[in-house]
Design a protein around this ligand. Structure first.
Ligand code: CUA
Length: 300
């Protein structure tokens, strides 16, 4: 396993270890039974008779259906619990996340109260439902993530900063709202144990709290075209102070960029585009490899 650099990583590792343990146990059990049977009931020299003819065994069939069914249920419930804790389940939230979150929590609270034998009056239910939103996780930082062929763009709605690398403050809960502008991509940070699809026209979500400062790779984990393999960037985990400094620097440089955009005639196309190609993490090599429209059709 790579370094576990988020508070959620141990949850995923726990799930993984449990599944590996179950699978190893099953493997030993099934393969062991096979090997024992092959040796114990093998054909003896000079014996050409068939074994006893058996037509089904109801208790045995119920048993070997029930055991895997229970195991799948346990793994399934555990997986959903981990996925829900990481904020991945609210994928139907769409653009109206605030109210859908609220509706979610209210529904959860209502169900919890309905199952309580002691809540008798509706007034009491309404009173008790109020504190529910406080118990739900609220993020310290929201980041809009957009996948496009072939880069990631990170937008911080609160400050208005946009960047091609993800900067996050250490120990703060980060809410990712993930989207795609062309085809399906997948946002993957192995060290955070986060992998979430980026789907055009549909917002997916994920939450994490970085627990170790450093730089970790962000990788596209869904085949999305010719340069899928090059669709990589970094997440930089820094102290909250360093993060605030970075945000301030970005705001300053974006102002400078606006000044440049207002006077484009003073710069050549190459000069004008240079800072942007760097920002989009597109290397000169990749730009050179892209097919030129005027050249296509001349090759045979
Ligand atoms: Cu984007 Cu693969």
């Amino acid at each position: 396993m790579p370094l576990a650099a988020s508070e959620q990583a141990p949850l995923v590792d726990g799930l993984f270890n449990m599944m590996i343990t179950l699978a190893t146990g099953l493997f030993i059990l099934v393969q062991g039974a096979l090997i024992i049977a092959a040796f114990r009931f093998r054909q003896r020299p000079g014996d050409d008779t068939d074994g006893p003819s058996i037509h089904g065994n109801i208790p045995l069939e119920i048993l070997w259906t029930a055991i895997p069914a229970v195991m799948i249920m346990v793994v399934g419930v555990y997986s959903f619990e981990v996925y829900n804790t990481m904020g991945g389940l609210d994928i139907m939230g769409g653009h109206d996340h605030g109210s859908s979150h609220q509706a979610h929590k209210m529904r959860g609270a209502a169900i919890a109260l309905e199952s309580k034998p002691n809540s008798q009056t509706s007034g009491k239910i309404a009173q008790n439902a109020d504190p529910a939103p406080d118990t739900a996780p609220t993020a310290d930082l929201v980041v809009n993530v957009t996948g496009l062929q072939f880069a990631w763009v990170f937008n911080y709605p609160k400050s208005g900063v946009s960047a091609s690398e993800l900067h996050v403050p250490l120990g703060k809960k980060v809410q990712l709202l993930i989207n795609a502008s062309d085809v399906i991509h997948a946002f993957w940070v192995p060290q955070f144990r986060i992998k979430q699809d980026a789907i055009p026209g549909r917002e997916s979500q994920m939450q994490f709290t970085a627990s170790i400062p450093g730089e970790y790779p962000i990788i596209c984990a869904e085949l999305c075209g010719a340069y899928h393999g090059a669709m990589k960037t970094r997440v930089i985990v820094q102290s909250p102070e360093e993060f605030n400094t970075w945000v301030a620097e970005q705001l300053e440089s974006e102002e400078e960029d606006e000044e440049v955009a207002l006077n484009p005639q003073e710069k050549s196309a190459t000069e004008f585009l240079a800072p942007y190609s760097q920002e989009m993490a597109v290397s000169a090599d990749i730009l050179a490899q892209l097919p030129h429209p005027e050249h296509s059709g001349h090759h045979h």
